[in-house]
Design a protein around this ligand. Structure first.
Ligand code: PBG
Length: 330
């Protein structure tokens, strides 16, 4: 290999335009999926304390914001619902007049070009905060599958564009695919939260979605942070069962997993920069310990560089707006 002094790596780094020309990874608003939290009522815009800049919106507020989100160049939302009433099984999740069903229908009318990706899980809908039906205090996998199909078909009827099951329930993709197909939704794409870790980084989300488990945790179904081979098996199973796209979650602590999933399977791969990743950057920025905007872009480009085709991020709107007006700050 040719080396110094023939080679001087700095030659292409000195001039900013040249530096941009040799840049290997790009970031654009089209890469982002913006998470939103929908709550009952009208005119509600309730800030989430643990996530500055994030709020719970009622459906009318969401519909008001939707055209602006489209103008910012963001192609998709992922919707989370906070229902009026919770119960032991989370039945509000599959009501045809449920909170997310209403949001999806209203969005379809106002901004049909903005994709509605719907998160499929029960933790926001159960009074105990677990991701499905409990039996003797433990998540009952197979009974939860039955309800997931009801939730998926109800949301499909409401007009959802993509179904995204996030519960790490065994067999969820096969059962949801079969349920959607037999209800006539053979074209409905499934984005599986295939490799979702039992992570401390979800802390602020549980505040936003009011979905913290009342006892215990989610380690019986979400993955052990120590495992990567197991993530590849999870992805292989979900693809076998019919997932069209797969997700790794959280993002930054699991860049190695994103890279391996992309290399091994070559499927459309999403990464979720979760609530804790977001709030940590804001908290450090607020303290003046880091340059918030710069770290925001560095984290997003890192996730993209690791192999993500799309990024679910609470920074979507802010990053899109800055990209449009002045580009990345480095
Ligand atoms: C489950 C779900 C969770 C998140 C997305 N979908 C929470 C959990 O598994 O406890 C977390 C997202 C985030 O932290 O931003 N419905």
């Amino acid at each position: 290999m040719t080396t110094y002094p023939t080679v001087r790596m700095r030659r292409v780094r000195r001039l900013p335009p040249l530096r941009r020309m040799v840049r290997e990874t790009t970031l654009s608003a089209a890469d982002f999926i913006y998470p939103v939290f929908i709550c009952p009522g009208t005119g509600v815009d309730k800030p989430v304390g643990s996530m500055p800049g994030v709020a719970q919106w009622s459906v009318d507020r969401l519909v008001e914001e939707a055209p602006r989100i489209v103008d910012e160049g963001i192609p998709a939302l992922i919707l989370f619902g906070i229902p009026e009433q919770k119960d032991a099984v989370g039945s509000a999740a599959w009501r045809d007049d449920g909170i997310v069903q209403q949001a999806v229908a209203a969005l379809k009318k106002r901004t049909p070009e903005l994709l509605s990706i719907v998160d499929l899980c029960f933790c926001e809908y159960t009074d105990h905060g677990h991701c499905g039906v409990l039996k003797d205090g433990v998540l009952d996998n197979d009974q939860t599958l039955v309800n997931l199909v009801k939730q998926a078909t109800s949301l499909a009827r409401a007009g959802a564009d993509v179904i995204a099951p996030s519960g790490m329930i065994d067999g969820m993709i096969a059962r949801i695919r079969a349920g959607l197909d037999s209800a006539g939704f053979t074209e409905m794409p499934i984005l599986s939260y295939a490799a979702k870790y039992a992570s401390g980084f979800y802390g602020p989300f549980r505040d936003a979605a009011e979905s913290a488990p009342q006892f215990g945790d989610r380690r019986s179904h979400q993955m052990d942070p120590a495992n990567a081979l197991e993530a590849l098996r999870e992805v292989a199973i979900d693809l076998e069962e019919g997932a069209d796209m797969v997700m790794v979650k959280p993002a930054m602590p699991y860049l190695d997993v994103i890279r391996q999933v992309k290399d091994r399977f070559g499927y459309p791969t999403a990464a979720y920069q979760v609530s804790g990743e977001y709030s940590m950057i804001l908290a450090a920025g607020k303290n003046g310990w880091i340059d918030e905007e710069r770290v925001m872009f560095e984290s997003l480009i890192a996730i993209k560089r690791a192999g993500a085709d799309m990024i679910l991020t609470y920074f979507a709107r802010r990053a899109a707006t800055i990209l449009k007006s002045k580009g990345m700050p480095f």
